[in-house]
Write a protein that binds this ligand. Structure first.
Ligand code: C2E
Ligand code: CA
Ligand code: CA
Length: 565
């Protein structure tokens, strides 16, 4: 028991109920060293104290003869309340006859007055507490056999049980994991592995023995520590690293440490550690970082991402994804006129509202979901071209975005050709935008695919040109039909000379290769005029229109129809 109190870092709580001060004092002196003792001078007060939030008494020592509410009434009241029924009671009495009666009223044991042997009293208290705790945590083993730290169940249970001690105190949840522990097992044998775990446990206990601290090994090479709050964990575990190398004679053993500071005590203990574990797992394999703090914003962002991934398929089925169209204007004629459109996806999430492509496209690109979405957009766009053609008698070509992962789809060509055919279009009506960085990823494979697509009549636009990967050399080997200038050049065109020069240069390059140049992200008249003067062919941007729903876009189609007549 003493060993328990030492390792757990705080004392169990006992309530002494007696109307005579001298009795309270005597018992207090006997118990004080081992327990955290509270006192009540009458039965009513005692019940109130037991009902307090986080009271967590491990034992009640109860005098039977008291004015107002006597010991028997306290016992009866306790039997009526679930939480209080769990607390074991030892009655203190000088009458033999009262013993049997009090046991019948729910007491566990009795101590006879006057108190003589302090050891006997202490031993009885210990035994009753132990018995009661064994009963309440059935079967589960308290300690991990290997390291002597608490097992998962006990650990969380104790955190709750000692809330009365830590209640006021800020506490941190820390998760520690040994990096590549399985390698230690494989290279040096299981015994050495066990030694590392044991040394870790004993060193941790030593390091923090002077503070409120409780530790567990819930799982293989994970250690959970519940400890007093610290602002900064930099260097706190350095001692552990050194001591371990010393104890085990192994080359540097690395730890990953995740910390959730000032935990939310309204959460169950287990959840307080979920956060620390998240932080710990977040830096797995990152050799530049050993310590990571749980951060609500990071976590929320991750959860948000997971939510989007989860909801994606349903959203396609429910029609929550909508394709918007942004016009591209020819500007080298006397009056600018509609040339084509770009299809851009929008997500009208029923609960999250409008979700921007910037939030979900990169996410879906990283896990492959983007293919499904792209196919949806392509088929919507193809159907839209047909609709406008049927309604207005003119064809407005629409560009769709093709993700790098689509390039690896062996059915890509057939899929696109199928859409064109189903809608009675020609291949050049459905233009394909491929971002420049995809070319850098897999130049050879991409050139092959692009060549096949062009053989079938599709027009290829290189998107985001100049965003960082392109080299002039690449342009000589890659077959493309349109260059789309990366937006950042236009944005900075009037802010720095270099961007302006680069725009000029890229316009020249496009001329040299004989392909039209599209400038996107054109927002104002100044940008528009400069680009026109420099010889840029096509413009896309808020200056003309934001991406808009198909119905709204019809205004542009009608205008263009009029112009052609
Ligand atoms: P992107 O292909 O470079 O598309 C151009 C982006 O610039 C669009 O953002 C468009 O709304 C925005 N934009 C157009 N004009 C202006 C302007 O004047 N000022 C500013 N500030 N922005 C302008 P959006 O729609 O948010 O799309 C972002 C990116 O998401 C796209 O960049 C594209 O890479 C991706 N994306 C959008 N729809 C799809 C899709 O259906 N499939 C795939 N694979 N990617 C898509
Ligand atoms: Ca694009
Ligand atoms: Ca772009």
């Amino acid at each position: 028991m003493e060993d328990f109190n030492r390792t757990i870092g705080f004392k169990r709580r006992i309530l002494v109920v007696d109307d005579e001060e001298i009795n309270r004092e005597i018992l207090g002196n006997i118990l004080n060293e081992t327990y955290d003792v509270s006192y009540a001078e009458d039965g009513q007060k005692a019940l109130e104290m037991m009902r307090e939030k986080n009271a967590d008494f491990s034992l009640v020592l109860l005098d039977l003869l008291m004015p107002v509410t006597d010991g028997f009434s306290v016992l009866d009241e306790m039997q009526k309340e679930d939480a209080l029924k769990q607390i074991p009671v030892i009655v203190m009495t000088s009458e033999k006859s009262a013993e049997v009666k009090s046991i019948k009223h729910g007491a566990y044991d009795f101590i006879t007055k006057p108190y003589d042997m302090p050891e006997v009293i202490l031993a009885r208290c210990e035994r009753i507490i132990e018995l009661n705790e064994d009963k309440s945590i059935i079967r589960a083993a308290e300690k991990d056999e290997l390291t002597g730290l608490y097992t998962r169940e006990f650990f969380f249970e104790y955190i709750h049980r000692y809330e009365h001690v830590t209640g006021e105190q800020k506490m941190d949840a820390v998760v520690l994991n040994i990096e590549h522990f399985h390698m230690i097992n494989e290279m040096y044998g299981r015994e050495t592995g066990d030694e590392v775990l044991c040394s870790t446990a004993s060193t941790l206990k030593e390091l923090f023995e002077k503070e409120t601290f409780i530790a567990s090994r819930p799982d293989a090479d994970y250690f959970y520590l519940y400890m007093s709050h610290r602002e900064n964990y930099e260097g706190v575990f350095d001692g552990l690293q050194e001591e371990l190398s010393h104890l085990t004679q192994l080359p540097r053993i690395r730890f990953r440490i995740g910390v959730s500071q000032d935990v939310d005590k309204t959460l169950p203990a287990e959840n307080r550690f979920d956060h620390a574990k998240l932080a710990c797992d977040h830096i797995r394999g990152d050799y530049t970082r050993q310590l990571s703090y749980y951060n609500k914003e990071d976590n929320d962002r991750e959860l948000y991402g997971e939510r989007l991934i989860n909801d994606m398929e349903d959203a396609i089925r429910n029609g929550d994804f909508v394709v918007f169209y942004q016009p591209k204007f020819n500007i080298q004629t006397k009056e600018p006129h509609l040339r084509s459109a770009e299809a851009l996806i929008r997500w009208r999430h029923p609960e999250l509202g409008m979700v921007s492509p910037g939030a979900f496209i990169p996410l879906f690109e990283s896990n492959g979901l983007i293919q499904k979405l792209d196919r949806y957009v392509w088929s919507e766009a193809a159907a839209q071209i047909r609709k406008w053609k049927e309604t207005y008698g003119i064809t407005i070509p629409v560009s769709v975005n093709v993700s790098r992962i689509d390039i690896y789809d062996p059915e890509l060509e057939n899929r696109l050709a199928g859409l064109v055919e189903q809608n009675g279009l020609s291949a050049e009506d459905l233009m394909l935008e491929i971002t420049e960085s995809a070319y850098a990823d897999n130049a050879k494979g991409l050139i092959e695919v692009v060549n096949h697509l062009r053989d079938r009549g599709f027009k290829i636009e290189m998107d985001d040109f100049g965003s960082g990967y392109s080299s002039l050399n690449m342009l000589t080997t890659i077959p493309i039909d349109v260059l789309k200038l990366d937006m950042k050049f236009v944005r900075n065109m009037h802010k720095d000379e270099k961007s302006l020069k680069l725009v000029e240069l890229i316009i020249d390059i496009a001329k040299f290769f004989g392909v039209p140049l599209v400038a996107e992200g054109v927002e104002d008249e100044a940008q528009f005029k400069t680009l026109k003067e420099m010889g840029c062919d096509v413009i896309q941007g808020y200056y003309f229109s934001k991406p808009i729903p198909a119905e709204e876009f019809e205004t542009f189609v009608k205008e263009e129809k009029k112009r052609r007549e």
